[in-house]
Design a protein. Structure first.
Ligand SMILES: [Zn+2]
Length: 118
């Protein structure tokens, strides 16, 4: 590239990946990814491949990072604000069949697939 500007981190390149969300696991990361893709915001997940090794590595390292391009940051944050507000307003639910705790966004129990009929 010609005319490359080297202004030492005072400005970020518009097409650099930026971590916008730390998902607790791959399932949540894919929910967020779906929301972003629905709004035509390109995104990538980092750390998803670690999910196979859960139990062997510290829990905080199983987090999945959701990244978007810097130029999409504002738009993506708006979507995530809506997403986290929905999450906070909906409590986690306990499966009536197997008593497992489920994320509010899950419509069926992750463990036994019983539907959440609230
Ligand atoms: Zn269940």
């Amino acid at each position: 590239m010609q005319n490359k500007i080297n202004n030492n981190n005072t400005e970020q390149a518009p097409f650099q990946w930026l971590t916008i969300y730390y998902a607790a696991n791959a399932v949540e990361a894919n929910i967020v990814k779906g929301l972003l893709l629905n709004s035509n915001i390109e995104c990538q997940l980092l750390g998803e491949s670690l999910q196979g090794a859960v139990g062997e590595i510290p829990l905080e390292q199983t987090q999945v990072r959701v990244q978007v391009f810097v130029i999409k940051e504002r738009q993506a944050r708006q979507i995530l604000v809506n997403y986290t507000q929905v999450q906070q307003s909906a409590p986690a639910w306990v499966c009536p069949n197997c008593n497992e705790h489920n994320e509010p966004t899950f419509e069926i129990c992750w463990s036994c697939r019983t539907p959440n009929n609230d």
